[in-house]
Design a protein around this ligand. Structure first.
Ligand SMILES: [Zn+2]
Length: 272
């Protein structure tokens, strides 16, 4: 473990370079013919860096960690515009996060190049019951065959960032994903996770699925990044709701404490 970073290196949104989801959001905004009004109405001013109200901005907490795993988010049309989208949080935490708008008919050349790059081992993360043939489905990355994560390669987790019904359609209608194994999160992993989260329902948001993927990689840094992502979501959710209910930020809350503890234990950023 190298030197701990208790204090964030950057503290204002304007000094953060926009990540993949942020760039996708800008591109999507530029394409729309009418302004997208996030819930909260036209007066709901939001920070460009974290999408929270400026009074609840958490840009100073953005972790940006180097991990073995990378993420490729395929985002349904309006997803990058939603202030509650949690794919954004993955890009905040995991340095190697790529994001593309999903299209049924077109394959973005950059996405095609990413999927073909031999440094990556792509996995489509999706419930196995929807995959055909069933042999495509894996529940871990350490199975004995060629689909297992190879030493020297890095896993690229492809996440469909959409509502559940949109995601099913995207899964069925993306022929360029058909050749990749489907990583289906094992029920044991899911129930272990459910025990430690405060919300008691079966719906996992995209960043929760990403945290579980990082846990599966098994490398210490990735497991830790998964924990950071999980607690970062906790802080985001807390601040999002506080802003909505016009309550002040509680820096001493257990969610903030947990994130600070975890950030104190991770090695410093690669470029720090
Ligand atoms: Zn912010």
């Amino acid at each position: 473990m190298s030197s701990a970073t208790l204090t964030p290196q950057k503290s204002v949104a304007s000094t953060l370079s926009p990540h993949a989801v942020s760039r996708l959001r800008q591109a999507r905004l530029a394409r729309s013919t009418r302004p997208f009004l996030a819930r909260g109405g036209p007066k709901g001013e939001r920070c460009e860096g974290c999408r929270l109200r400026p009074s609840h901005c958490m840009c100073a907490l953005r972790p940006e960690l180097a991990t073995r795993a990378a993420f490729c988010l395929l985002m349904h049309d309006a997803e990058p515009l939603k202030p509650s989208n949690t794919g954004w949080l993955i890009a905040d935490v995991v340095q190697d996060t790529h994001a593309f708008g999903w299209s049924r008919t077109e394959l973005d050349p950059q996405l095609e190049a990413l999927l073909a790059d031999p440094q990556w081992q792509p996995y489509v993360v999706f419930p196995g019951e929807y995959a055909e043939p069933a042999e495509r489905v894996l529940e871990t990355l350490d199975g004995g065959d060629s689909r297992a994560l190879q030493p020297g390669r890095r896993p690229l987790f492809i996440l469909l960032d959409a509502t559940w019904s949109e995601a099913r359609k995207m899964f069925r209608k993306s022929p360029y994903l058909d050749g990749f194994p489907v990583l289906s999160l094992h029920p044991d992993l899911i129930s272990r996770y459910q025990l430690r989260r405060s919300k008691r329902d079966d719906h996992f948001c995209t960043s929760e699925v990403a945290a579980l993927c990082l846990e599966l990689v098994g490398d210490a840094g990735d497991v830790q990044a998964g924990q950071v992502l999980e607690s970062y979501l906790g802080v985001f959710t807390e601040r999002y709701l506080q802003a909505k209910h016009q309550q002040p930020v509680d820096e001493a809350s257990s969610a903030h404490q947990r994130l600070r503890e975890l950030m104190g234990a991770v090695p410093a950023k690669r470029d720090a």
